[in-house]
Design a binder for this molecule. Structure first.
Ligand SMILES: Nc1ncnc2c1ncn2[C@@H]1O[C@H](COP(=O)(O)OP(=O)(O)O)[C@@H](O)[C@H]1O
Ligand SMILES: [Mg+2]
Length: 227
């Protein structure tokens, strides 16, 4: 059996010190396998954002080990983490975080431009990505797009570097249920790519049916994993 895409062992995270310390994660272990659409659910303050921030190398755990895509992330220096995030992880958020003065295609091209790809090639690749998520208005500005279209641009931007791991924080919370379903169908097909998986943090019980497994996080511990 191949190594899981994500392998976390006894992750702990304490914010602050002394009296004011908050134990946001209190020993979390989990595995996410290739081709899984893996959900993390739990009440506000249970540690969901902390957990995905650690998996995506944005935040160092206080203790515990985490391997992501075959790499020990605690052994990486900041430069390696930056590169790893850019090349290997696609982020999709509740707020679409598009840059207002840039067109849909320019927004989707941003990760390629950061990597110094030539603009023409970057825009072409971004346009192809937009097409793959059925977003048909590459020249429009974000302000002129619906919520569903904006989320497709954000998905195209997350995909443009062909990352193996896609991490989503409440990807459907700002969408109506029809558009939310479309987004989940896209995420399902992304999870099925070779060597890939998708992690979704959500409160949105309308989309639970898409999960391969659901981990329940409460007060910094996983209380059960369904599926
Ligand atoms: N930067 C921080 N500094 C101090 N406490 C934090 C910080 N970020 C999160 N917390 C605390 O850690 C706990 C878990 O937060 P978080 O991971 O954001 O949970 P969730 O995403 O499930 O709402 C909460 O008690 C929160 O107040
Ligand atoms: Mg959160």
């Amino acid at each position: 059996m191949p190594e899981p895409i994500v392998l976390c062992k006894d992750i702990r995270k304490r914010y602050g010190k002394g009296e004011a310390a908050v134990d946001a994660l209190r020993g979390v272990s989990l595995e996410v396998y290739e081709n899984e659409l893996f959900f993390i659910v739990g009440p506000s303050g249970s540690g969901k954002t902390t957990l995905i921030s650690i998996i995506s190398t944005l935040l160092a755990p206080t203790s515990g080990r985490c391997r992501v895509l075959g790499r020990d992330i605690s052994a990486m220096d900041e430069r390696e983490k930056d590169r790893f995030r850019l090349e290997s992880i696609g982020f999709i958020f509740q707020a679409f975080n598009l840059l207002a003065p840039l067109s849909a295609a320019q927004n989707a091209a941003v990760p390629l431009l950061i990597k110094k790809m030539k603009e023409k090639a970057a825009i072409e690749r971004a346009e192809a990505m937009l097409e793959s998520v059925d977003m048909k208005r590459p020249d429009a500005l974000p302000a002129h797009l619906s919520g569903g279209e904006q989320q497709r641009v954000a998905i195209a931007r997350a995909l443009v570097n062909d990352p193996k791991l896609i991490i989503c924080d409440e990807p459907t919370s700002n969408l109506d249920s029809h558009t939310g379903k479309k987004v989940m169908e896209i995420l399902t097909s992304l999870a099925k790519r070779e060597g890939s998986s998708v992690i979704v943090v959500t409160h949105d019980n309308r989309i639970f049916e898409y999960a391969d497994r659901i981990a329940h996080l409460e007060d910094g511990v996983i209380t059960k994993v369904e599926g």
